[in-house]
Design a protein around this ligand. Structure first.
Ligand SMILES: Nc1nc2c(c(=O)[nH]1)N[C@H]1C(S)=C(S)[C@@H](COP(=O)(O)OP(=O)(O)OC[C@H]3O[C@@H](n4cnc5c(=O)[nH]c(N)nc54)[C@H](O)[C@@H]3O)O[C@H]1N2
Ligand SMILES: Nc1nc2c(c(=O)[nH]1)N[C@H]1C(S)=C(S)[C@@H](COP(=O)(O)OP(=O)(O)OC[C@H]3O[C@@H](n4cnc5c(=O)[nH]c(N)nc54)[C@H](O)[C@@H]3O)O[C@H]1N2
Ligand SMILES: [Mo]
Length: 746
């Protein structure tokens, strides 16, 4: 455990914190509070990564944000708005329910009863569709199911989720082409793949336990090919912390055999180039009487749109492919050759594909690439979107969704006498738009930090504070708390590591990972404060205060025994959750199943779809002199808006996050220099001024025309209306910006 001590300082690695870490991601243990990477059935002694450990220990901090914090000098909320995200976090765990007092400009402690009764009283007379029930992907399946039920019983489908800013492109885009809202691979596939192709996903920082199966792939002679504008250290090499030999010698395994630094938004062209090579190779094989390269049997039986797509591959010119991708024909030919030589290929993707104006087209192109050689729905092959929050996928599975067609309306009616509203609710972009127009009057947030995570943050802050009611169910202080509505509450909840004791005893909660596996999780630590409530208890508390009583809505019984909620989930989704209570502690979790994995395509045509691209890049705006494509990136020292610190060691940036990374040749052409202070100005034609100054220009190995800055600091620059056209996911990886020099002070 030397590594952990080095990372956190000796004080962190107490026996108690080590005991916590040992329980991570094991049956009857606790499911990591960090990301949604799956848990293997054959787990090792320490089934966690540096970041999981960090998130876990962070939650177990001894710092407390008590009511006294709000009484201190300089702690009015208008003053706290000048604090950095990191400093807000460092105040520690919230200990008491709080209500905002506009006269003193501070939060004050309030009893649970008073808080819930008042929240109910404000909600009751409101028009249901003026209220939004947001969820960030932390809360377990039980609390999430009841939260969705609460919203529908209240009369709205306004149930947006953090995935609207994240993998909504997958939910919508992947469903369109293969009929599955989630990835098709399972753990066994990882162990059989001959090659991995990575597009815009960064396992070293965001899902580090993935590095183990990647190393195993390399150990058995497999290949890894990466497409990413930035050289991400985790995709270059890996020292296995679980191998004593590797740790002692520092011997690293090389991860990527090829690393292609394409332009931000260049994936459609890169994939088209590789598909063009596959088509050519297939033609050549046919002419030479050799085995075919395209899996024609599969294509004929399982797909539509092949002919049109192939025609587009043939007609695409190399000059347009090279121009749009920023890669050479030779590089793409090498990558395609690796693809052709591998029998079983897994394509992995993340925010680098989803967060673009044509993100869904990115995903459709990735599927085209896989379909050509039948790489979906057979062992060792498939499509692997890597999810973010630990239960983000599961919350969708159990009803946190704004679209009615995703909801088993009849079962909900039969079980609860609750009539799901017939019209769709709002996803994030629509909800924020409505908020800015003043049409949303109340926001309930089950976790998250929406004000900081959304585009157009400045407009959002003003609009958020103009609401009649804001309710944040949170573990720690964040920027969203600093823009209280007319009535505003912070309701502090247990973290997953903590013991959740209800009338019926200690409760288990469940989560779903990126591979659709359901796992039980039992918290065991002493709660950070005796005033905390579980997320489920807070949800049922609001429900009881805001809704008419009904025999069928047994909020108290459900709170006493979460097993009853699992029974209801099973009755609502019988295909997914068979024998739920009995199976939730199976090693590695139980599989919810996935039709596309069995080559059953739940698309309109009943087939997997080849999509002919009508765009060659995913950015949705034209290049122009002085206009750059800004990617907003993560450091390994943050979890979304939670900034642990200022050491981004994988990118080599220390001590600050106020930087713009830029190719040195671009800098020279623009008359700028390394170390200079600049401001970014969004170059988007909607007459809204968006700018961010005080950034240090930093020379970095990036493709020309592509620059990078940190999320969430750069969110003021993202236009709300620039999002994936199909799914509404904000285009956080290609924002059109200009760079202006600022006067250097001193
Ligand atoms: N430590 C840590 N872990 C996390 C999180 C965290 O913040 N910190 N966040 C969690 C959440 S909610 C999520 S959704 C996931 C996010 O995990 P990822 O999906 O990995 O998301 P990002 O790091 O935002 O971006 C991934 C990569 O896309 C690349 N990229 C940017 N633009 C393009 C492009 O146009 N094409 C290609 N091919 N690549 C591009 C970036 O350089 C980056 O390496 O991680 C989860 N895990
Ligand atoms: N520019 C730009 N914007 C982005 C992105 C990007 O790459 N670039 N990424 C997007 C993505 S992928 C996502 S998922 C969103 C994230 O958006 P959100 O999910 O809204 O934000 P988080 O930062 O994950 O939320 C952190 C807060 O959640 C609370 N919290 C933590 N743990 C728990 C818990 O167990 N229970 C409860 N109730 N609360 C808890 C804490 O108060 C903490 O401050 O941001 C999106 N925004
Ligand atoms: Mo995410």
């Amino acid at each position: 455990m030397k590594g952990i001590a080095e990372i956190f300082g000796e004080t962190w690695s107490t026996p108690a914190s080590l005991a916590s870490l040992r329980k991570l991601n094991k049956p009857k243990g606790v499911m990591c509070v960090s990301c949604a990477w799956p848990k293997p059935a054959n787990y090792s002694a320490f089934e966690f990564c540096e970041n999981g450990a960090k998130a876990t220990l962070w939650e177990s901090t001894s710092q407390r944000c008590t009511p006294e914090f709000w009484e201190m000098e300089g702690h009015r909320i208008t003053e706290l708005r000048d604090w950095r995200d990191h400093d807000l976090e460092m105040t520690g765990r919230l200990t008491h329910p709080l209500r905002f007092n506009h006269e003193t400009d501070r939060y004050e402690p309030v009893s649970w009863e008073e808080a819930l009764t008042h929240i109910g009283a404000v909600l009751r007379p409101m028009k249901p569709d003026t209220v939004v029930f947001y969820a960030s992907g932390h809360a377990g399946l039980e609390a999430s199911y009841l939260y969705a039920l609460l919203a529908r019983a209240f009369g709205t489908n306004n149930l947006p989720q953090s995935s609207n800013m994240c993998h909504e492109t997958t939910s919508v885009g992947l469903t369109k082409v293969i009929g599955s809202a989630v990835g098709t691979v399972v753990w066994d596939d990882l162990e059989q793949a001959d090659a991995y192709f990575f597009f815009g996903q960064n396992p070293g920082t965001n899902s580090p336990r993935f590095l183990h199966p990647l190393k195993a792939c390399k150990d058995r002679g497999g290949k890894i090919v990466t497409f990413n504008p930035i050289v991400e250290q985790g995709l270059v090499s890996f020292v296995d912390p679980q191998s004593p030999a590797a740790m002692l010698t520092g011997k690293a395994t090389k991860i990527s055999d090829q690393y292609h630094q394409l332009k931000a938004g260049g994936d459609i062209a890169a994939l088209l180039g590789m598909c063009k090579c596959v088509v050519e190779a297939d033609d050549a094989a046919k002419a030479a009487g050799k085995a075919e390269v395209i899996d024609h049997l599969f294509v004929a039986k399982h797909t539509t749109g092949f002919d049109a797509f192939i025609a587009r591959c043939r007609s695409a010119s190399w000059s347009e492919i090279e121009h749009e991708s920023g890669l050479t024909q030779a590089a793409l030919r090498t990558a395609a050759q690796t693809y052709i030589e591998a029998e079983r290929v897994i394509a992995v993707y993340g925010m680098g594909l989803t967060q673009h104006a044509h993100g869904a087209l990115n995903i459709a192109m990735l599927v085209n690439f896989l379909l050509l050689r039948g790489n979906i729905g057979r062992p060792g092959a498939g499509c692997c979107p890597v999810r973010g929050h630990s239960n983000v996928q599961g919350q969708r599975t159990v009803g946190i969704a704004e679209k009615v067609h995703l909801i088993p309306v009849e079962r909900i009616r039969n079980l609860f006498d609750v009539e799901t509203p017939a019209h769709d609710g709002m996803a994030i972009v629509e909800a924020v738009g409505a908020l800015i127009e003043g049409k949303v009057r109340a926001f309930i947030s089950l976790g998250g930090n929406l004000v900081r995570a959304v585009p157009d943050q400045q407009r959002m802050e003003t609009a958020w504070a103009a609401q009649d009611l804001t309710v944040m169910i949170s573990t720690k202080l964040n920027r969203s708390h600093l823009f209280p509505g007319k009535s505003a509450y912070i309701l502090p909840c247990l973290s997953r590591m903590e013991e959740d004791r209800q009338e019926g005893g200690v409760q288990t909660i469940t989560t779903e990972d990126s591979f659709s596996m359901i796992n039980g999780s039992v918290g065991f630590r002493k709660p950070a404060s005796q005033h905390l409530r579980s997320e489920l208890a807070i949800v049922t508390g609001i429900a009881k205060a805001a809704l008419e009583p009904s025999d069928k809505l047994k909020w108290d019984e459900w709170t006493a025994d979460y097993g009853q909620v699992r029974d209801l989930i099973e009755q609502t989704y019988p295909d997914d959750f068979r024998d739920y209570n009995a199976r939730m502690f199976e090693a590695g979790g139980f599989y919810r199943g996935n039709a596309a994995h069995e080559r059953i395509w739940k698309t309109e045509s009943g087939k997997a779809v080849f999509t002919t691209p009508d765009e060659l890049n995913s950015v949705g705006f034209d290049d122009a002199p002085g206009r750059f494509r800004l990617m907003t990136i993560r450091s390994n020292d943050q979890f979304n808006t939670t900034v642990y610190g200022y050491s981004d060691r994988f990118h080599g940036i220390e001590g600050t996050r106020d930087v713009v990374l830029m190719n040195p040749d671009d800098m020279a052409d623009a008359g700028l220099s390394d170390g200079q202070t600049v401001r970014l100005v969004t170059d988007f034609d909607d007459n809204i001024d968006r700018r961010l100054g005080g950034l240090t220009l930093t020379a970095y190995k990036l493709p020309r025309g592509t620059i990078a800055g940190y999320y969430p600091e750069c969110n003021v620059l993202v236009p709300l209306s620039l999002h994936d056209t199909l799914s509404g996911t904000p285009a956080s990886k290609s924002i059109p910006v200009r760079i202006e020099a600022e006067q250097n002070i001193g």
